[in-house]
Design a protein around this ligand. Structure first.
Ligand code: GTP
Ligand code: MG
Length: 200
């Protein structure tokens, strides 16, 4: 049976610098985070089947605000700025960290945080540290490996194995894992189905 995309409507609602500016609505939110350039905005577009919805760029640091997109008039997809972007000033980095930390810790309607990881790379220190932090703070999360179209099927399997082994060093059991490509849309419906499961 062909998997169906159940997104009937999606619209950009607003960009916020901090949690105070976020929508007052309490509708459930599903947020995307990960290192700059990992493909957060592209994946949101692929899931929604809308190319220019979230702004993307080959230069890291494109998304700098908390962006809310309303889906099916019922829930939000939230595009967050990337972490680990080297060429940003210290002051800006600190401010970003403060704003995103507050959003992640205090946004009561945050149902799930997807942490995106580039499948082509070995486990990165920044990602490992970030996962440890969300674990300590008990933020509900799942992992999405991105850019799977850039490597062979064999390499996908070896990379997945390596990432799982690495995760099991710190986690008692593996979180939910997805492998995706925004280019070919591989895995995007699985992510959407998982979101719907969480929301129901
Ligand atoms: P920031 O907003 O800067 O934190 O980056 P981001 O994580 O939102 O990344 P973005 O979606 O802007 O994508 C970064 C670059 O990677 C762009 O050039 C995308 O076209 C490319 N890209 C993203 N996802 C994929 C993918 O699945 N496959 C391929 N081949 N390229 C991708
Ligand atoms: Mg982005």
């Amino acid at each position: 049976m062909k998997k169906k995309n159940t997104i009937q409507s999606v619209s950009f609602e607003k960009s916020s610098q901090n949690i105070q500016q976020c929508p007052t609505s309490t509708m459930p939110e599903i947020a995307f985070i990960g290192r700059s350039n990992v493909g957060k905005s592209s994946l949101i577009n692929a899931i929604c089947n809308r190319k220019g919805l979230a702004k993307t760029s080959s230069t890291p640091g494109k998304t700098q605000l908390i962006n809310h997109f309303l889906v099916n008039e019922k829930w939000y997809l939230v595009d967050l700025p990337g972490y680990g972007w080297a060429s940003v000033s210290k002051t800006k980095k600190a401010e970003w960290e403060k704003n995103i930390t507050r959003y992640l810790l205090e946004r009561e309607s945050l149902y799930c945080l997807f942490v995106l990881i580039d499948l082509r790379l070995p486990p990165q220190k920044k990602d490992v540290e970030f996962l440890d932090w969300i674990g300590e703070n008990e933020i509900p999360f799942a992992i999405i490996f991105t850019k799977s179209d850039k490597i062979s099927n064999n390499k996908i399997q070896t990379q997945l194995r390596m990432h799982k082994q690495h995760l099991l060093k710190t986690w008692e059991e593996l979180p939910e894992l997805f492998t995706t490509s925004s280019e070919t849309k591989f895995g995007t419906i699985d992510v959407l189905q998982y979101i719907e499961k969480i929301l129901n």
